[in-house]
Design a binder for this molecule. Sequence first.
Ligand SMILES: [Zn+2]
Length: 68
Amino acid sequence: MPMYDYRCSQCGHKFEELIFSWEEKEIVCPECKTLQVERLMGAPATISGSAPACEREGCPTPAGSGFS
Ligand SMILES: [Zn+2]
């Protein structure tokens, strides 16, 4: 079962929601019950904090273009 991370745009609460299909499901914040939540898809960097910005194979790495 795919499990997605969501973050509430109202109170900033982070939570996980199980999505059983691609049906349009209304996700509400369990804290403030708002619908203003955003899905944090493909952003595992928030867990370890050390994930590369681009971990896809073949993705061009802008080396030396801003990173110091
Ligand atoms: Zn909330």
